[in-house]
Write a protein that binds this ligand. Structure first.
Ligand code: CP3
Length: 333
């Protein structure tokens, strides 16, 4: 059993496995080199030779306990027929959501279009760099994908007034997403993913009264689906106001916390496996500060099953040497 599986399934306390969100990305010069030659980000995700190579780049450098497959949560709306572009220094830009169009998708076509992602998982699975390590497959939570599909770009601090105007559009889109996200999850597992992480990056935007319909119900359906396939599921409802209530309702195998939450409070409130928390900005400071902060998390979670990770992705301006230092520090603690 891998260190992460021991931590999740056996609640091992002596192991503090580590992987990092966005561990394959722009902070690595070898990634930037490949990215420069491949200006279309979605196409890069759908090139299994390159995406498997990028997935393994951080594992060549660092003693990480998992690889996260190089793809994006927005690949699902893209494949459903809502085009997505990644503009430099702007982020994703989607075109209009066409319910009629996305309703016509068929399971077989959908899986066929995503085959390069699955082949990438298969390639990573065959590498010797992945021995005794996990392969993390992922999806965006229906709520976060809905935000992008309706808003058409990353939202500001607040959603626009008329976001919730078309209730039928929202209801139907969430149902379509649920159906195809289940297919995407099933396929990733079939090709070798050993953990599924559900990213709900915009969970913090919702008022309490809307949580049930937009987050709890659709996410619970996905979580129960992953569990039925006997694969652990990690949820990351970034900046959700009440992690305790979320865990009580959703019951994921692992909860990833963001960096704004007090880790000590969370540990007292939650009895499931915890992942993450460290502010990625700490990696921009210096080794002494990094050591102090990393130690804080390791001490707080000494007697709690814990997977070391960040409270959000590695920032592009991060020095790879700081990442190296962090991983060595956690591994030798
Ligand atoms: O290393 C990994 O974590 C695996 C690959 C991965 C990417 N995106 C690659 C990526 C994963 C798991 C994601 C998830 C993702 N994508 C989320 C959830 C996590 C989060 O960050 O909140 C979200 C909201 C997205 C949507 C998205 N993709 C945005 C907002 C952006 C632009 C902003 C940015 O960080 O660049 C992307 C682009 C993206 N996805 C890049 C990478 C490596 C950068 C692309 C580039 O090289 O320009």
């Amino acid at each position: 059993m891998t260190p992460i599986q021991k931590c999740i399934r056996k609640k091992e306390l002596s192991l503090k496995p580590i992987w990092l969100m966005r561990q394959a990305g722009r902070y690595l010069p070898e990634f930037r080199k490949l990215r420069k030659l491949n200006t279309n980000f979605i196409k890069l995700c759908l090139n299994s030779n390159l995406s498997s190579k990028i997935t393994l780049q951080p594992l060549k450098r660092f003693n990480l306990d998992a690889a996260i497959i190089f793809s994006d949560i927005l690949i699902v709306p893209y494949v459903l027929g809502q085009s997505v572009e990644f503009k430099k220094d702007f982020g994703p830009k989607l075109n209009n959501l066409d319910l009629e169009k996305i309703s016509q998708n068929k399971e077989l076509d959908f899986s066929k279009k995503l085959l390069p992602v699955y082949q990438s998982i298969e390639k990573v699975n065959k590498s010797e760099l992945i021995l005794q390590k996990d392969i993390i497959g992922f999806v965006g939570a229906p709520w976060t994908l809905l935000v992008y599909m309706i808003n058409k770009c990353s939202p500001k601090k607040k959603l626009e007034e008329n976001f919730f105007k078309d209730k039928n559009l929202i209801k139907e889109t969430l149902l379509i997403l649920e159906k195809f996200l289940k297919i995407h999850i099933k396929n990733q597992i079939k090709y070798g993913a050993t953990i599924i992480q559900i990213f709900d990056s915009w969970a913090g935007l919702l008022e309490d009264k809307n949580l049930q319909d937009y987050i709890y119900t659709p996410t619970l359906n996905l979580v129960n689906f992953v569990k039925s396939l006997n694969v652990p599921v990690v949820c990351f409802p970034r900046e959700i106001k009440n992690y305790k209530e979320y865990c009580k309702i959703i019951k994921p195998d692992v909860i990833n916390i963001d960096y704004k939450i007090n880790p000590e409070t969370i540990r007292k409130e939650i009895d499931i496996v915890i992942q993450g928390g460290l502010d990625p900005k700490i990696l921009l400071t210096n080794k002494d500060k990094l050591k102090v902060e990393a130690k804080k998390y390791l001490e707080i979670f000494k007697d709690h099953p814990y997977i070391f990770n960040l409270g959000h992705g590695v920032l592009p301006e991060t020095d790879p040497q700081m990442v190296d230092y962090l991983i060595k520090f956690v591994k030798s603690y």
